[in-house]
Design a protein around this ligand. Sequence first.
Ligand code: NAP
Length: 245
Amino acid sequence: MSIRVLVNGAKGRMGRQVVQAVQAYQGLELVGQTDLGDDLKQALGQSKAQVAVDFTHPSAAYANARAIIEAGVHPVVGTTGFRPDEIGTLQALAKERRLGGLIAPNFAIGAILMMRYAAEAARFFPHVEIIELHHDGKAEAPSGTAIKTAEMIGAARASTPEPTVQEQELAPGARGTRAYAVPIHSVRLPGHVAHQEVILGGMGESLRIRHDTISRECFMPGVILAVTRVVDLNELYYGLEHLLF
Ligand code: NAP
């Protein structure tokens, strides 16, 4: 029996790739495509989708994920821009219904490894900063991947280093923003897809861990893995690593 899949944001850059990937994968059936202006709740009901993949817009991420869960459909959400409390609320909603799902700020396997290695390295090098670079069509900053990386670093490192000098920003934002006490610098330029470098500094040495997305194809194995796995899960996970390791 094929898994019935609806793609929300189907006309977008990611959505178009997901539509192709679902159609090409044996064992999945594309039963719906929705985008801005469509009635997602109605489409979920009419299509009898088992899994809904959402790559839309940060402003719609929470409402869409909530609608998918409330319809009893397994969510696979790549849209970024969730606040931590929103993820907690969605996880509680899914738990009540014993519904499996995944919200992942990054579906690229290499990016998951980059985050994992960064967290591991931060145990030894607590002085760490993140530079994330994306195409100029990306709405929000910093990226969900950068925030997630900062969260993992914050949880892994034994101490948060104090600044060695009293810092003074001559132009506001010169030192980036901070998440989980990790400085994050966001670059938005044409000619980029999605890239991130984690720079760790120690006594007389530095370590750089970098991931480059060359094309959006790289997200598809992770999306397909999630679509095929969530139907057998009974809670909502945050991060593809929960399905990989
Ligand atoms: P995109 O090209 O702008 O595509 C988004 C699509 O969703 C567009 O067709 C857009 O319509 C539509 N849309 C906007 N609001 C909607 C709503 N409320 N309901 C239904 N459809 C809606 O963007 P993208 O590059 O595909 O990225 C989409 C999201 O995925 C972003 O949050 C991005 O950061 C994230 N992303 C995640 C990963 C990951 O691995 N997790 C990877 C890449 C991107 P209009 O064009 O008419 O507004």
